[in-house]
Ligand binder design. Structure first.
Ligand code: SF4
Ligand code: SF4
Length: 103
């Protein structure tokens, strides 16, 4: 499985369900759950769409990671890509959405 859904952070907005190209996510009792975890191919669409930071993407060896995780949160126009390394240290990459179409 490429992602993990943190139920305690999920606000039940269903955006992840809408964008998953494999229809792998379901909303049950106002919380997102993975219906078919083994079928997830890690496209990251749901991770990008979940501004609550409830979906974590595993940064495994297959993509050059070492078992850390990454999620996304939003503050105003800033989209924060939050990386937690396997040793527990953290890195935040902030992208100003107002600049996203400049290049
Ligand atoms: S996008 Fe995030 S907050 Fe919204 S339902 Fe999915 S996991 Fe929950
Ligand atoms: S990473 Fe892609 S395929 Fe996997 S659950 Fe999210 S949207 Fe679906």
């Amino acid at each position: 499985m490429s992602i993990r859904i943190r139920e305690e952070r999920c606000v039940g907005c269903s955006k992840c369900q809408e964008v998953c190209p494999g229809t792998l996510i379901q909303i049950v009792d106002k919380k997102a759950v993975m219906k078919y975890p083994k079928n997830c191919w890690g496209c990251v669409s749901c991770v990008k769409e979940c501004k609550a930071g409830a979906i974590e993407f595993y940064l495994g060896a297959d993509i050059g990671g070492m078992g850390g995780t990454m999620n996304v949160t939003q503050k105003g126009d800033l989209l924060n890509w939050n990386i937690t390394r396997s040793d527990g240290s953290e890195l935040v990459i902030s992208v100003d959405r107002r600049n996203s179409n400049k290049y």
